[in-house]
Design a protein around this ligand. Structure first.
Ligand SMILES: Cc1cc2nc3c(=O)[nH]c(=O)nc-3n(C[C@H](O)[C@H](O)[C@H](O)COP(=O)(O)OP(=O)(O)OC[C@H]3O[C@@H](n4cnc5c(N)ncnc54)[C@H](O)[C@@H]3O)c2cc1C
Length: 495
């Protein structure tokens, strides 16, 4: 990925925009001939020393030029590629005209978190994967940059100051409890509140936001953006109670039978880290990515001058896994001062579930990738601290149930990696607490809550959505699930 300085990108876009406007109406071939706009970003060497945003966002001229690349296809495959069916050609047409207010208004018809989704959605496997421009140019990477345009208008709106609050219908006198405060719950709280119901969000942590706050690091998603979404909920009259663990502080049956809640939404996510169950995982210096990222993000351990939260000081770090969580942990470790960060993944680059952009950013910043490699055990020193990790090399066999080629260990290929910290990022399960404390709530064998097509659980008036239903998934899917469940809850409460 090249990194052209912002001033240069801005000047080039201004000149391109003038030329395009002087030319008059654009034909499809004029549109596909417009060069894709590069995302301005911090230099790789600078950014590994700070927590600031890596991608800086399009300038207005870049956004307009990029928007003019859209062919405004009649069949709009991109809309079907978006899990919440944003009317993508329509919002992009508004940006092309310089009508940014119009652009954001179109997105907000269907999405409540555009500044978040514009930054973290895997567009390359969703809307942009089916974009006609990418097909015409025979390169999906050259599709219209839909996510960057979404981020641009969402940021534009934020910079204008307070956005208008949605209309809230007259009070119905009904009470709704929303458990958890991640993207699924934020969506439900907003949609249910709009229908005039009283909403209380119960969050286990001391701050609301879910993974958006404690998982995804500041350099990808500034916490101020999440805070603004929470502030909007509060301004709409949603009550948010933190340090409230449903299942411990109060059970779901108590909320409904004693506290007068008419309906409940469970959006408790998948926050229970998986481990490899290998020798040495209990040594000092082994962390789940969840703990490592939570200390850094939620407890601001990286902000050494202002926060008291301790964080392990590492020289050589191994991160196990190949998803977004692994990338975030590896890139955070670099920013916290590690000299070397090794990412250890048992399959090859092709099978990595992480977003391509995140993998590229991690490589540019100096994370070293070890594909087809997996640890066997972690070895400690006399103080029970991590001293090294023994690994095996792998090769790829036939595809397994996930459709990806199965990694097969190569006998006798053992070798040692000199590390003092190991961060395990091999996936998360759902937290079992709600299941264990809510009789009659049906779970599947993975511990996820079973729901019908409307998001309703096996209990009357109780709905669920997001990672607690899907298993660890994505922000946009969690939002989509929340939307669906909120519609069903509003219908249920109107009876
Ligand atoms: C490090 C990391 C990086 C990621 N990167 C991306 C990305 O780039 N793009 C993307 O689309 N997705 C990404 N994801 C996945 C995405 O963040 C999740 O799919 C999404 O946040 C799920 O939303 P949710 O609302 O279901 O739950 P969550 O966001 O997990 O929120 C659940 C909330 O419920 C609270 N809670 C749990 N139990 C209780 C209880 N008993 N009582 C009260 N509160 C409770 C939790 O504290 C938490 O705040 C990432 C995930 C992680 C961990």
């Amino acid at each position: 990925m090249s990194h052209t300085p912002l001033v240069q990108l801005e000047a080039a876009a201004k000149a391109q925009l003038e030329q395009i406007l002087a030319k008059g109406p654009l034909k499809p071939k004029d549109r596909t001939a417009i060069p894709q706009q590069e995302m301005p970003s911090q230099d790789a060497l600078d950014r590994r020393g700070n927590m600031h945003q890596v991608a800086l966002g399009y300038t207005p001229e870049q956004a307009r030029v990029e928007a003019m690349r859209c062919l405004q296809c009649k069949n709009a495959p991109c809309i079907a590629g978006c899990p919440v069916n944003i009317d993508i050609p329509r919002f992009i047409a508004r940006i092309a005209e310089g009508d940014y207010r119009g652009g954001i208004d179109v997105i907000k018809e269907t999405s409540v978190l555009p500044a978040v989704c514009g930054r973290v959605c895997p567009q390359e496997t969703q809307c942009q994967a089916v974009c006609t421009v990418g097909k015409v140019l025979k390169d999906v990477d050259l599709s219209v940059s839909i996510g960057r345009l979404e981020r641009f208008v969402a940021d534009w709106e934020r910079e204008q100051g307070a956005s208008e609050l949605p209309e809230i219908l007259a009070s119905t006198g009904k009470k709704v409890a929303v458990i958890g405060s991640g993207p699924a719950s934020i969506t439900v709280a907003a949609d249910v509140r709009r229908a005039g119901h009283e909403v209380t969000v119960f969050e286990a942590f001391h701050k609301p936001g879910g993974v958006l706050l404690y998982g995804i690091p500041e350099f990808r998603l500034p916490k101020q953006i999440v805070q603004q979404e929470i502030d909007t909920l509060r301004a709409m009259g949603v009550e948010i109670r933190t340090n409230f663990v449903v299942g411990r502080t109060r059970k779901i049956h108590d909320l409904m039978q004693k506290d007068g809640y008419d309906a409940v939404f469970i959006g408790t996510g998948a926050g229970l880290p998986r481990f490899m169950n290998m020798e040495g995982e209990n040594l000092v210096g082994v962390f789940s990515a969840n703990e490592y990222l939570t200390r850094s993000n939620l407890m601001r351990a990286y902000d050494l001058d202002r926060a008291d939260t301790p964080i392990y000081s590492s020289r050589k770090v191994a991160v196990l896994g190949g998803g977004n969580v692994a990338m975030d942990a590896a890139r955070t470790a670099l920013r916290l001062g590690a000299e070397e960060v090794h990412l250890v993944y048992r399959r090859s680059r092709t099978e990595m579930p992480a977003r391509v952009e995140e993998v590229q950013h991690a490589e540019e910043e100096g994370v070293m990738f070890h594909f087809l490699t997996n640890p066997v055990q972690i070895l400690g020193d006399e103080d029970a601290r991590v001293a090294s990790m023994e690994c095996l090399r792998y090769e790829l066999g036939e595809p397994d149930a996930s459709g990806r080629r199965r990694p097969i260990p190569i006998e006798g290929s053992n070798f040692k990696m000199d590390v003092d910290t190991v961060i395990v990022a091999i996936g998360n399960n759902s937290n079992p607490l709600i299941g264990q404390t809510t009789p009659g709530l049906e779970l599947n064998k993975r511990g996820n809550i079973v729901v019908d097509e409307s998001g309703k659980t096996s209990l009357e008036g109780v709905y669920a959505g997001g990672d607690i239903v899907l298993g660890a998934a994505t922000v946009i899917l969690a939002m989509g699930e929340g939307r669906k469940a909120a519609a069903a809850m509003n219908e249920y409460l109107s009876r």
